[in-house]
Design a protein around this ligand. Structure first.
Ligand code: UDX
Length: 446
């Protein structure tokens, strides 16, 4: 089948590439001409394992192409995906200007029936807005062309996006049009072998499903962070508690890892957007507000520990910081806890020597040159002359450091671990003071 995808960001590029790899003829459209030129030459704007070679192969074999021309994109296929950004407005609600601009563009150029598929994460009711806009533009053109608007949310995880797209847990389709449903079934048939993963529902339920999924996951994390804060004040070890509760299949082991807060492009934005949606209809979502508050508080836990240990004024102190991206296997620093940590350290007068396996360029781009930030080429270089080590992201490379040389290199044998990477007893045996999340040395009130 022929498919057009508007937006070559994370979701659009991964989806388009996977659809092409399954044999569809995919055209990706973006208004950024430089990005299109780069993509044609195999230069990928994001770091995502497996994506680069897949793009190159499918461009080479003619399954995947890129254009900056919306007109060409609209003419290419009946199926038109909208996969552009929905950045938060000042009040946290999702800004639909890019989604609606694409809808307008499709309506202006279309010469035949279109199935317009919304893949961007959009508030409940957006499909209706897209429909109204397309109808309005067609009416202004005096056109009687038909179209369907489908909601088809994505559930990709950064760092595992290609695999998630190739082997989806579920394919949610929101539509009540028999034609659109059959087109979507044919499109996803290659991803839907062996057992049926397709869940067809009405458009609004599909739109809410995406928010409900991310908010549920964010809730699990904030709940565990709340338990971690209680555990360390009560002399319990959250990692033991995690195993104890995860063994109940009703709870499960997934997404109950405590840490220094969730980040990324989805959870913070989607929780805020659903709070905003609830507020806008006069419903006070107490749970979502608590999830958000707890997460904001959690991002400060590490620096609070640092200041308890070294004092509030950190002038003259240097901290090694391992891990800058919001999670491993990505260079994405959107809403990353490491940013909150770094900025708080700077505010208190400290210097940061940072290392991340992928996010160094991104850090440089965000913060530029500053005297209190040194970007180091290795995790060992970051330790040199540092007072203590702070860990914000659980990259594999950080899991088994040489504790002896770590101790010799740091000025003080202190580790602040925001991801519970080590066994507190082992680290203490090496002579470290070890602050972790919900375990280790902490504020004992018992
Ligand atoms: C998430 C959803 O998982 C995905 O389905 C959706 O489509 C987009 O949002 P992503 O943002 O890529 O994906 O990251 P994810 O792996 O879910 O992690 C999000 C954040 O939660 C990270 O900061 C991570 O460190 C944190 N996290 C995750 C925890 O703190 N504890 C956990 O147990 C799991």
């Amino acid at each position: 089948m022929k498919v057009t995808i508007f937006g070559t960001g994370y979701v659009g590029l991964v989806t388009g590439t996977c659809l092409a790899d399954m044999g569809h003829h995919v055209m990706c459209v973006d208004i950024d001409e430089q990005k299109i030129t780069n993509l044609r030459n195999g230069v990928i704007p994001i770091y995502e394992p497996g994506l680069e070679s897949l793009v190159k192969t499918n461009v080479a074999n003619g399954q995947l192409c890129f254009t900056a021309s919306a007109e060409e994109g609209v003419a290419h296929a009946e199926i038109q995906f909208i996969a552009v950004g929905t950045p938060p407005d000042e009040d946290g609600s999702a800004d639909l200007k890019y989604v609606l601009a694409v809808a307008r563009s499709i309506a202006s150029h279309m010469q035949s029936h279109k199935v317009i598929v919304n893949k961007s994460t959009v508030p409940v009711g957006t499909a209706d807005k897209v429909s109204a806009l397309v109808s309005q533009v067609l009416a202004a053109r005096s056109s009687t062309l038909g179209f369907d608007v489908v909601s088809n949310p994505e559930f990709l995880k950064e760092g595992a996006a290609v695999n998630d797209c190739m082997k989806p847990d579920r394919i949610v389709i929101g539509s009540q049009s028999a034609h659109a449903i059959s087109v979507m079934k044919e499109l996803y048939a290659p991803f839907n072998r062996n057992h049926d993963r397709m869940i067809v529902m009405d458009v609004r339920s599909s739109e809410l499903t995406k928010y409900a999924a991310n908010c549920m996951l964010a809730t699990k994390i904030s709940f565990m962070n709340e338990m971690a804060n209680l555990a360390e004040r009560l002399g319990a070890d959250i990692e033991q508690v995690r195993l104890g509760i995860g063994s109940d299949p009703r709870i499960g082991y997934h997404f109950i890892y405590p840490g220094c807060g969730y980040g990324g492009s989805c959870f913070p934005k989607d929780v805020q957007a659903l709070i905003q949606t609830a507020d806008s209809i006069g419903f006070d979502s107490a749970i979502l507000k608590a999830v958000e508050t707890i997460n904001e508080r959690q991002k400060s836990v590490l620096v609070n520990r640092v200041q308890q240990h070294f004092g509030a004024d950190l002038h003259g102190k240097t901290f090694a910081l391992w891990g800058l991206s919001f999670k491993p296997n990505t260079d994405d620093m959107r809403e990353a806890p490491a940013r909150v940590v770094m900025e708080a350290l700077w505010l208190a007068g400290a210097k940061v020597q940072a290392f991340d396996p992928e996010a160094m360029e991104e850090t440089q781009r965000i913060y530029g040159q500053r005297a209190d930030l040194v970007l180091c080429g290795t995790k060992e270089a970051a330790l040199k002359d540092a007072d203590a080590l702070i860990i914000c992201t659980e990259w594999k490379n950080f899991r088994a450091p040489d504790f002896d040389s770590l101790k010799q290199t740091l000025r003080h044998a202190v580790i602040f671990d925001g991801r519970n990477l080590y066994d507190p007893d082992v680290v203490r045996r090496y002579g470290f003071t070890y602050y972790a999340i919900g375990r280790g040395d902490s504020i004992k009130t018992y």
